[in-house]
Design a protein around this ligand. Sequence first.
Ligand code: ADP
Length: 479
Amino acid sequence: MTVLRKNLIDGEWLGEAGSRNINPSNTDDVVGEYASAGPEEAKQAIAAAKAAFPAWSRSGPLARHAVLKKTSDEIMARKDEIGRSLAREEGKTLAEGVGETIRAAQIFDFFAGETLRLTGELVPSVRPGVGVEMTRDGVGIVGIITPWNFPIAIPAWKIAPALAYGNTIVFKPAELVPESAWTIVDILHRAGLPKGVLNLVMGKGSVVGQAMLDSPDVNAISFTGSVGTGKRVAEASVEHMRKFQLEMGGKNPLVVLDDADLAVAVDCTVNGAYFSTGQRCTASSRLIVTEGIHDRFVEAVKERLDKLVIGDALDAKTQIGPVVDQTQLKQDEDYIAIGRQEGAELAFGGERLERETPGFYLRPALFTGATNAMRISREEIFGPVANVIRVKDYDEALTVANDTPFGLTSGICTTSLKHATHFKRNSEAGMVMVNLPTAGVDFHVPFGGRKGSSYGPREQGRYAMEFYTTVKTAYTFAG
Ligand code: ADP
């Protein structure tokens, strides 16, 4: 028996059954039934957030701290159950689902603390007898639009700072993962948020998301998703002169130099390119390898890929779960075909796999002999597919690494301090990793990219304040 999960609008659970959610490890398994909001509900949610803003923005640190801390505590106490449910609806492994849930709890805990650490500045004016204060206010009604690949962590890293800094929210999660979104909203609601402060509108992006973009009452939008939708968010936001923040794609390079520790390089590759089924915007999809280590590296990666257990996300032995849905699977397979047509060699995997239950199983794919000009090296695939690009030396590796329209993360495997230091300084990415996978970041420091990957202030850590607050400069003449 599935329970109908409803939308939360102005403190009330509302809506009729509109969509079903399927487990990608077993398409016979219906995860749940969900209300699907239309433009009217989106408008009601925005109106509720608007009405709730004056009181919430003046609520003070203690009220906000209490809700965020309570939410963190409940998520942590239920981490196994929520993590399992996340793995069931998204297809990442149990360990990844529980890990992501713990991270969401940590994020709420971090921003609970931030409510008590808000500061301003007081400086003397250049005019005698005048004082100048700089303080921060919430931006207002924030629209939060999230993707399916981190069903709980991404909503957490947007909702927690938005609430901590006194904003009210209309939250539209991705269609594929409503269960995790509903769970986090249910917990926040029961933790004591006043009505209208957080509104959940599950539904189609083209309907509910678009209604948020088109509303003059939404003061800021934080978006994570595809480049195409990100551009729509940007255009609509400029039209309404609102603040916006975009996190979009990546085509992240991992450079492996001759002097790398081979075991470290293989670990970084397999983790960064294939864990979470390669469905991370921080995944390493371009493996840029110098000539001296190239053949040894390719052999060692193939050997590791061959040992990976690919299967049902809910089986504790599984290391790589299924692809999230049929559409994404088709995209992965299309790119594998494109790579072959372009002349890259499919050195490992790339074929569909049968398991006990019907699901979207794909063996991780490794291309060799790829060039950086190929479509498979320029466009984000968002699946368990990576290309090896052979280069002469470090200088060529750096040039190739930076030759991309994206700039989210980058990585280098080397034992040379000189090359590691040079790469950290010269890589055109928002986040740079040395002897670590390109994916997998801390929750208390800024997250974001350069070039076509991101737009606007960074997310997470104290830097999140830049987006979720606006500065006021006040002058007082005291005689
Ligand atoms: P993905 O490839 O991750 O599904 P999308 O950009 O399509 O990337 O989706 C990211 C989020 O944007 C989802 O919550 C989706 O529903 C939403 N979305 C899609 N189209 C629109 C739109 N026209 N306006 C606002 N949000 C949208």
